[in-house]
Structure formats: structure tokens, C-alpha cells
Write a protein of this length. Structure first.
Length: 222
């Protein structure tokens, strides 16, 4: 019965407890897959590959709606299927869809201004892949990470550990959102989505090797 201290997060060797590192890993990977690039720069992204401004704004609205709907899916099934299975399925889906976008943008023809242009079926495939990516994130890493962060720490360290993990999530968000414009300018959309694809693949291995919980069991003894 006392105020939480950050010293509670330290082990006998003076470093952070393993469970705290797992919480930080979940938070950081949630952002490194590039989800907020989709939301922050959506209209810019689609205009960059040949869509009109009006169509780009429409796509942005659709993407936001997909994210809301899939969050409701996560609420309905997170206890039925468990946290780890949803994260695994989400990681696989994000890796495939982001990889598809990286391939499409990386091999697209360039216009006079040096921007990639998607013609014919490539534009439709990219649009479907982007929304499927948001769908995969929306029922898994989006809400499930917050569920885990709220239940994986014991009462003694929960407040301090959650604050550290959430802070690192915002740091990762800042890094991803501020590095996207220079990556887009100097390396192109294909390279940007290639980085997010790599992060999605890493998230799969992270879940497989570090997350043992399946249906609301605390992870504090891992």
C-alpha cells in the first residue's frame, strides 16, 4: 500500500525485469509496423501513386472505418480465441499485406516527378492490401497489445511498468511518423513498406518466443 516506484521495475542485477522488456517490445513493435503512417499520411500516400485527391480522401475514410470495425471484432473474440493466437494471425497477415505493398510500390513505374504510379489492377491490389493490413492490425496488435499491457504485470509494478511501456510506444510512434517523409523522399515507398514488413515479421517471432499467455493469464512469472 504505497506509491509505485520505478525502482520496483529493476531486478537484482540492476536492469529492468524481463516482463517489463516484454511490455516495451510489444509497445514498440505495435508502432514499428507502420500503422500510423497509414493514418497520418494516407491521402498523401494514395496521391503519390496516382489517385486523385478526392479518391485519396475517400480511401482514408474507408481505412478509418475498417479500423473501427475490426476493433469491434477484437473485443468480441479476444477472450474466445486468446491473446497470443490473435497476435500471431495479425503478424502473419501484416507481413503478407505489407510485403505485397512493398513489392507493388518498389516495382511501380515512375512518373515525371519520380513518384510511383500504379496502373490497372495494381492500384486495386494495393488498395485491397492496405485495407487488409489495417484489418489485420485492427483485430490483433492494435487492441490486444493494450489488453496485455493492462493484465501482464502484477499489482506491485503495474502502474510503473505500464507507464514505461506506454512512453516507449509514443517514442516509437514519433520515430516512425517523423522518419517516413525522408524515407519516402530519398528511398521511395517500396523501401518504407519494406521496413514495416520486416518489423511485422519480427513481431511474429517476438510473439512466438516471448509471449506464453493465451487467455488472460498473467505473464509476471515468465
Amino acid at each position: 500500500e504505497r506509491e509505485p516506484r520505478f525502482s520496483d521495475l529493476l531486478g537484482r542485477n540492476g536492469g529492468l525485469l524481463r516482463i517489463v522488456w516484454i511490455g516495451i517490445g510489444l509497445s514498440v513493435l505495435q508502432q514499428l509496423v507502420g500503422i500510423n503512417v497509414i493514418f497520418y499520411y494516407s491521402s498523401i500516400l494514395w496521391r503519390a501513386v496516382g489517385f486523385s485527391e478526392q479518391n485519396s480522401l475517400t480511401i482514408t475514410v474507408i481505412t478509418g472505418a475498417v479500423n473501427i470495425i475490426t476493433t469491434l471484432v477484437a473485443i468480441a473474440f479476444v477472450d474466445k480465441f486468446g491473446r497470443k493466437p490473435l497476435l500471431i494471425i495479425g503478424s502473419i497477415g501484416m507481413t503478407v499485406t505489407l510485403g505485397t505493398l512493398a513489392s507493388l510500390f518498389g516495382t511501380a513505374q515512375l512518373d515525371a516527378a519520380g513518384n510511383p504510379t500504379l496502373s490497372g489492377s495494381a492500384g486495386i491490389v494495393a488498395l485491397l492490401a492496405a485495407n487488409l493490413y489495417v484489418f489485420c492490425f485492427g483485430f490483433s496488435w492494435g487492441p490486444v497489445v493494450w489488453v496485455l499491457l493492462g493484465e501482464m504485470f502484477n499489482n506491485k509494478i503495474r502502474a510503473a511498468a505500464l507507464s514505461v511501456a506506454a512512453a516507449m510506444q509514443w517514442v516509437a510512434n514519433f520515430v516512425v511518423s517523423t522518419t517516413f517523409p525522408p524515407i519516402l523522399q530519398y528511398f521511395g515507398l517500396g523501401a518504407a513498406y519494406g521496413l514495416y514488413t520486416t518489423a511485422a515479421a519480427i513481431s511474429l517471432f517476438f510473439v512466438l518466443f516471448f509471449i506464453k499467455e493465451t487467455k488472460g493469464i498473467e505473464l509476471e512469472d515468465m
